[in-house]
Design a protein around this ligand. Structure first.
Ligand code: DGL
Length: 270
């Protein structure tokens, strides 16, 4: 009964945290590709190759279902993974759709035609690769009409978090919010389209102002995983243990993860 959660680094821990709170009996194997983070500046082939290598490692750990808790991998590689790489008995799910369903007030899997929704001006904060892919706008267009999206590529933020430099990360967030506001002065909603960014949710909210609704993915993805597993119990893999795997330095990654999750976390080499 194990599910895999993958991210380029520490960001997917925001999703891990929400999933383990919502599904406390589930075994979760977390894979952080910290040696190769950030993905946000890599090209699509590179992201595909790194992501599929990590997914295969999670299959070896008994996880038939893998959540890509990484928007960059979801944007740059998920479609190719699902269309041309994935065997029939495995599943890989991304993190965009639950977020867009929440923004567009849809129930899980509601595939009715696009319609008008309450929010009209949305700010998207994401990595350069996610912004360049336009995957968010594409998924949104399937579900909503008349929504103006202004995207801000937040260069440097993931690097700063991975280096543990939260002061720099906070300063970068504020400058990216300023840049966004020059293009869209009054967004009604803001999407944190990178799983690292909830670690800086307060900085985003503070810089945006309290009247802007900030959406982040962790709880939305956890709820949609719970729903998915209730409908597809056969996708609970054979794994019987939880684990934290990293391609980076296990001691350093464990220290950072322990600080973030506020409980002792021991990563081992992937
Ligand atoms: N947490 C990843 C995401 O959601 C960060 C990507 C990166 O490594 O740049 O996009």
């Amino acid at each position: 009964m194990a599910v895999g959660i993958f991210d380029s680094g520490l960001g997917g821990l925001t999703v891990y945290d929400a999933v383990t709170k919502q599904l406390p009996d589930l075994h979760v194997v977390y894979f952080g590709d910290n040696a190769h983070a950030p993905y946000g500046v890599r090209d699509a082939d590179d992201v595909f190759n790194l992501t599929t290598t990590a997914i295969e490692r999670l299959w070896d750990a008994g996880c038939d279902l893998v959540i890509l808790a990484c928007n960059t991998a979801s944007a740059a590689a998920l479609r190719r993974i699902q269309e041309s790489w994935l065997p029939k008995d495995k599943r890989v799910l991304g993190v965009f759709v639950p977020l867009i369903e929440a923004l567009t007030e849809r129930q899980w899997g509601d595939n009715s035609p696009p319609r008008e929704v309450a929010v009209k001006h949305v700010a998207l904060f994401a990595t350069p690769a996610t912004v360049a892919s336009r995957a968010f706008q594409r998924e949104l267009a399937f579900r909503a009409i008349g929504v103006d999206v202004e995207a801000q590529a937040c260069g440097g933020v993931v690097d700063a978090i991975e280096d543990g430099d939260m002061i720099l990360a906070d300063a970068l967030v504020r400058s990216h919010v300023d840049a966004l506001k020059r293009k869209m002065p009054h967004p009604e909603a803001a999407i944190l389209g990178c799983t690292h960014y909830p670690m800086l949710a307060e900085s985003f909210q503070d810089a945006l102002g309290e009247d802007v609704q900030v959406y982040s993915q962790a709880d939305l993805v956890a709820a949609s995983l719970q729903d998915y597993l209730a409908r597809h119990p056969d996708m609970l893999g054979t794994g019987t243990e939880s684990a934290f795997l990293t391609t980076g330095d296990p001691a350093k990654v464990s220290r950072q993860a322990t600080q973030f999750l506020r409980r002792k976390v021991d990563f081992v080499a992937a």
